[in-house]
Design a protein around this ligand. Structure first.
Ligand code: SF4
Ligand code: FES
Length: 402
């Protein structure tokens, strides 16, 4: 089935909204830049309990998830409006029994598909079926380079060993592999070994991602926050490895913005280059957007098309561009470089998503927040609050992922 054939019948979309069936392929992209890649959070269910999970603290229950048919309609619609890549994520996307069917549908409508997985639920047969269905790329998250610490961070015994196995199967099936390593105070010392692990796995890419502090990670900030010295050492190790491994292993590095002078251009700017779809079908400007209260996020179950939501909904337009900015952003020469940083971080740390991201040194709140981070790095408890549907469980003495 071609994308055009499929899109003439998008279930639940009001044909009168004018964008339900785009007359001209790419017409929306010319105006508002429909993202080339979209993140589909198929479910919030996950066997792991990582304390820095990017999912909202209020997780969506399995019963509210989009059905197989609804997801297929979404994939069809995405392909039609010009999206090229779909990242299947979660929670743990392999917890969905219909994943092979969804990957197959993504292939059928011409989407390049990437699986972002913790890997622990995969069998070789399942991975092989996903490859046969047209899966193009696999990204596996690692919590460390050895099982004791990695299983403890994940809150799941046996996770690390299983991930190593799945990474091997991935390469045996000739699928490109990205290793994603989320780094924080308690595992940064393993970074050189994690780089070696990615090399040994024949990974194409390694993402060295320092924790970003909203949602679960903000709750766990005292247990995760690294020191300035640790971050400087990390940057040195990454730079050396990038030079040494050029052409062999691509290493992406995300600096923790508490320690940067300027905030990151989060999501490429709110509503400019990215959206994701929550398990229940809400179209979100970023994975953490639901942490901001006072914004209404429309769903694919509404009577609006995805393109309409992207283009017209209040949630996307509220912080789009530069018109919403207060000082110091308003008159700042960097306002179209970083678009004022991260709205979720501004909300989490100042209570107003319309403030300058305090990660910026020009924010009046920067110094106070930076000091707090330093104090937490120096004296915070190492105990995690594990992510789960119960609102979190505090790590007990002797927990090792069991
Ligand atoms: Fe970016 Fe605003 Fe800081 Fe300027 S003041 S660097 S626009 S966050
Ligand atoms: Fe939501 Fe940065 S994570 S805007």
């Amino acid at each position: 089935m071609s994308p055009t054939e499929a899109n003439t019948n998008i279930a639940g979309v009001d044909p009168s909204d004018g964008l339900a069936v785009l007359e001209q392929r790419g017409s929306v992209a010319e105006t508002f830049g429909i993202p080339l890649a979209v993140l589909a959070e198929l479910t919030h269910r996950c066997p792991l309990q990582c304390p820095y999970c990017s999912n909202p603290v209020e997780l969506e229950r399995g019963g509210s998830e989009l059905t197989t048919e609804e997801w297929k309609n979404v994939l069809t619609e995405l392909a039609e409006i010009g999206v090229l890549q779909i990242h299947f994520s979660g929670g743990e996307p392999t917890a969905r029994k219909d994943l092979v069917e969804l990957v197959q549908h993504a292939s059928d409508v011409g989407l390049y598909s990437n699986l972002i997985t913790s890997a622990v639920l995969l069998t070789r047969e399942k991975l092989s079926a996903l490859a046969d269905a047209g899966l193009c790329h696999v990204q596996i998250s690692f919590q460390g380079n050895e099982p004791v610490l990695a299983d403890r961070v994940a809150g799941f015994k046996g996770a690390h060993q299983k991930k190593i196995e799945v990474a091997r199967w991935t390469r045996e099936l000739d699928l490109p592999l990205t290793v994603n390593a989320v780094m924080h105070r308690q595992n940064l010392f393993q970074l050189p070994d994690i780089i070696q692990m990615a090399l040994d796995m024949d990974a194409d890419r390694l993402e060295v991602a320092n924790v970003q502090y909203y949602g679960w990670a903000l709750r766990n900030r005292a247990a995760l926050m690294a020191s300035v010295a640790q971050i400087e050492e990390t940057s040195r190790i990454v730079e050396q490895a990038q030079a040494r491994l050029k052409g062999t292993l691509e290493i992406d590095y995300v600096v923790p913005d508490y320690y940067a002078l300027r905030p990151k251009k989060c999501m490429g700017g709110w509503g400019r280059q990215f959206f994701n779809i929550s398990p229940a079908g809400k179209i979100l400007p970023c994975h953490a957007a639901e942490s901001i209260t006072g914004l209404e996020f429309l769903s694919v179950r509404s009577n609006h098309s995805i393109a309409w939501i992207w283009q017209n909904s209040d949630a996307f337009n509220r912080y789009r561009g530069t018109g919403w900015m207060p000082e110091p952003c308003k008159s700042c020469e960097f306002r179209e470089v970083d678009f004022g940083g991260c709205r979720c971080q501004a909300f989490a740390l100042t209570g107003d998503a319309g403030n300058t991201d305090p990660a910026c040194t020009l924010s009046p709140m920067h110094e106070q927040i930076f000091k707090l981070a330093e104090q937490e790095a120096a004296g915070g408890s190492n105990r995690f609050l594990y992510r789960n549907f119960a609102g979190g469980t505090l790590e007990m003495d002797g927990d090792n992922g069991a």
